[in-house]
Design a protein around this ligand. Structure first.
Ligand code: HEM
Length: 478
């Protein structure tokens, strides 16, 4: 009896929710002239179709619907921009109306409502200070080149010791980038033999490759004890406690010394001290993950394309020789290397869907109104793989940028554009250029004989990573 009553109640509720959803869709679509998009289910929308490679699902939908389509994920209205023009119209032409972040439950949990990539508190102050200090240390080179040289020397030695034998490059690249980051931000580096640091970086990488769309758009999932949620919380907590310990140490040392790194600069600026752990964390995780993932895609693409590696090597030898290391000043004299790095960014698209934005006032894109309160996502992947823009987009081909100098360069936007574009882009560019050129100058990289190339789909969560692979580095000059 009780069961029949419960069953009827659930049926009635589902029917009611469906009717409300239908009415809502008709009213909202008519009133706002929303972009077209998939139907989805009441309450959950289309979220179940977004549990793995969401960017690929969005790319497919953009071919069915339009460059700009709308989709409901949970109860959230999401508008996805799939071409450079649509992203530019929203993020540059309506920049101030699309400069917020949505208040997502999962981000709130991860950041304690502090830090940069959030809509809360003083993200603006922290972002401004982050850009200012990164500019000072990276662009004006307050120590950056020296830090990179140390890490490249250690990386080169590590690889040379294993030369000729297959190695798993992921650990070494993550430690190298982790160390550049920790040296610049905290004046601290870790040995390759430090298992705690290695394990933490492996977890950071695993978390980034884990899709959290269900947790983001269906907050009820938060109350189910899944391994995803456990991983998410444990990585956040471990990174916070590592950073907290280092900051405490720096705070004490700063008493009798001049500021010598980014955290010191934050510490002497009283306006920022409360958000310090979150500020450092919002650089640590996206910074290390995205930069290392780009480098790992780069090594893989180059190993699969030896003729491109040879062209880069010849250019490096011609411009810099083999005795001297490539320095940042050489960038402009190495156009083919620059084109190759641009092509790595285009093909890797390590943040394929960027970071969601919130619309804070109605905007108009491609003749459609995007209402205040919607979430907007830039599908960087769809832009980078747009067949109308790129000839044979899935082919790794740096030559596409070599006609008349560098063509279409501005349409490669791995760091996104506009007021919330990546504040760490100079840091990432300097690291990627220095490490990839140093590796190409000294080694030829190949997949181990007889091994199969990994699928280029890779793993995705918030970041897109290459599947694990081994590589052989052969020394060029003995
Ligand atoms: C290849 C490396 C990197 C890529 C491809 C990348 C890409 C991106 C993208 C697409 C966004 C979203 C921007 C938007 O909403 O328009 C972003 C945001 C962000 N990135 Fe990066 N990033 C990289 C490296 C870094 C580094 C090295 C740092 C730190 C030093 C960093 C820190 C951040 C932060 C804090 C945000 C949030 C900014 C905000 O909300 O205002 N990223 N990044």
């Amino acid at each position: 009896m009780a069961f029949t009553f419960l069953f009827s109640l659930v049926q009635t509720l589902i029917l009611l929710a469906s009717c409300l959803y239908f009415v809502y869709k008709v009213v909202v679509h008519r009133r706002y002239n929303l972009p077209p998009g998939p139907q989805g289910w009441p309450l959950i929308g289309s979220v179940l179709q977004c549990c793995e490679h969401t960017y690929l699902t969005f790319h497919k939908w953009s071919q069915t619907y339009d460059d700009v389509f709308s989709v409901r994920l949970g109860v959230q209205l999401v508008v996805v921009l799939n071409s450079y023009d649509a992203i530019r119209d929203a993020f540059l032409h309506s920049s101030t109306k699309v400069a917020d972040r949505p208040k997502q439950w999962i981000i709130s949990r991860a950041t304690n409502q502090k830090g940069v990539a959030t809509p809360w508190n003083d993200w603006k102050v922290t972002r401004k200070h982050m850009i200012k200090t990164l500019n000072e240390y990276v662009v004006k080179n307050k120590g950056m080149e020296k830090i990179l040289k140390t890490e490249c020397d250690v990386l080169e030695k590590y690889i040379s010791n294993a030369a000729g034998k297959p190695i798993y490059p992921k650990d070494a690249i993550y430690i190298a980038i982790g160390n550049v980051f920790c040296s610049l931000v905290f004046s601290k580096r870790f040995e390759y033999s430090n298992d705690d640091f290695k394990t933490l970086l492996a977890k950071v990488s695993k978390k980034a490759a884990s899709n959290t769309d269900l947790l983001t758009f269906l907050p009820l999932f938060w109350y189910i004890p899944t391994t995803k949620k456990r991983l998410f919380l444990s990585v956040e907590a471990e990174v916070s406690s590592l950073i907290e310990a280092i900051i405490t140490e720096r705070r004490q040392q700063l008493l009798d010394r001049e500021p010598e790194n980014i955290i010191d600069s934050f510490l002497i600026n009283p306006g920022n001290t409360t958000n310090l752990v979150e500020a450092a964390k919002s650089m640590f995780m996206p910074g290390i993950n995205s930069t290392s993932s780009t480098l790992l895609w780069g090594i893989l693409y180059l190993a699969l394309n030896p003729e491109i590696q040879e062209k880069c090597y010849s250019e490096i030898v011609e411009v810099v020789g083999i005795e001297q290391h490539v320095s940042l000043q050489n960038r402009e004299s190495l156009p083919y290397v620059e084109a190759t790095i641009l092509e790595i960014h285009r093909c890797a698209s390590v943040l394929p869907l960027g970071v969601p934005r919130l619309v804070n006032a109605d905007i108009n894109i491609n003749g459609h109104t995007i209402p205040k309160g919607s979430t907007v996502i830039a599908n960087i992947w769809a832009n980078h793989m747009n067949e109308k823009k790129w000839v044979n987009p899935y082919k790794f081909n740096p030559d596409r940028f070599m006609v008349d100098g560098i063509t279409n360069k501005n349409h490669v936007i791995p760091f996104s554009i506009g007021l919330r574009a990546c504040p760490g882009q100079d840091f990432a560019k300097v690291n990627i250029f220095t490490i990839i050129t140093r590796l190409m100058q000294n080694f030829m990289f190949k997949l181990p004989p007889g091994s199969k190339a990994p699928s280029m789909v890779g793993k995705t969560g918030e970041a897109r990573q290459a599947f694990d692979y081994d590589v052989v580095f052969e020394i060029r000059h003995k």
